[in-house]
Design a protein around this ligand. Structure first.
Ligand SMILES: C[S@@+](CC[C@H](N)C(=O)[O-])C[C@H]1O[C@@H](n2cnc3c(N)ncnc32)[C@H](O)[C@@H]1O
Length: 227
């Protein structure tokens, strides 16, 4: 299986090969928003490998605070331009990276390797939206990634993973992520599958006949889960 470097992603941004980017709110997030927000007001939401995902703006407009991380500075500049937001930028102390901060204060974007992100920077999160993120990192890095996510989850955190699943031979990214893979990575959390989207039409010209995006909600196990 091939491995993707930072340069690979930066080149995809500069070559405009960003087919993963969607101008609309993610359909499944929209129709299952309550699973994610659960009636809470002004929660803190993490977007790992965020790109210029428009869901960040939509959730910030609903009164939540958003923190995103991506290696591509270009994604952030495009995000602020697309969303017509003024922003500040500053180098990070002690870490190789930059912080971009929307002037309205609700969106903070860290331009850095996600594996250098940690709890000291923004504390823990009430919700995590993992779309085109866990499936985009190299398979060899999945355990390291899951350890980071667990460190960032507050006790009541609702963590949604959009898992890409296909059986055809395909190089990726996105890399196939089965329910078993999720169970292996997050055996200490409860895992509920709740929705799926057929993405086959978007991948026809990449030699894939059938590809599904399946949604999972992960959260801390309750006492009844362990009975
Ligand atoms: C497939 S895109 C998905 C972007 C976004 N989640 C979305 O739904 O549009 C993957 C993103 O991860 C970023 N990325 C890849 N490896 C990274 C790393 N090690 N640290 C931070 N960002 C990374 C890339 O720059 C790219 O924007």
């Amino acid at each position: 299986m091939s491995e993707m470097s930072h340069e690979y992603w930066l080149k995809r941004w500069s070559d405009r090969k960003i087919q993963f980017h969607d101008e609309q709110m993610h359909i499944s997030l929209e129709r299952n928003l309550e699973k994610f927000i659960a009636g809470r007001k002004g929660i803190k939401i993490f977007f790992p490998l965020c790109g210029k995902n428009v869901d960040m703006q939509i959730l910030a407009d609903q009164g939540h605070s958003v923190v995103g991380v991506d290696i591509a500075e270009q994604a952030f500049r495009e995000f602020f331009t697309d969303q017509n937001l003024e922003y500040t930028e500053e180098p990070l102390k002690n870490i190789d990276g930059k912080l971009f901060h929307a002037m309205d204060g609700r969106i903070k974007l860290y331009c850095m390797d996600v594996f250098l992100f940690n709890k000291e920077l923004e504390g823990q999160f009430d919700a995590i939206w993992d779309r085109a993120s866990l499936v985009a990192i190299n398979v060899i890095d999945r355990i390291k990634y899951s350890q980071l996510i667990k460190q960032l989850m507050s006790p009541g955190c609702r963590y949604i993973i959009a898992a890409i699943q296909y059986s055809d031979k395909f190089e990726g990214p996105p890399f196939d992520l089965s329910e078993k893979d999720i169970q292996d990575l997050y055996s200490d959390l409860s895992i509920e599958e709740f929705d799926e989207l057929d993405l086959s039409i978007y991948f026809k010209n990449r030699g894939l006949d059938h590809i599904i995006e399946r949604m999972y909600l992960l959260q801390a196990k309750t006492d009844s889960d362990s009975i």
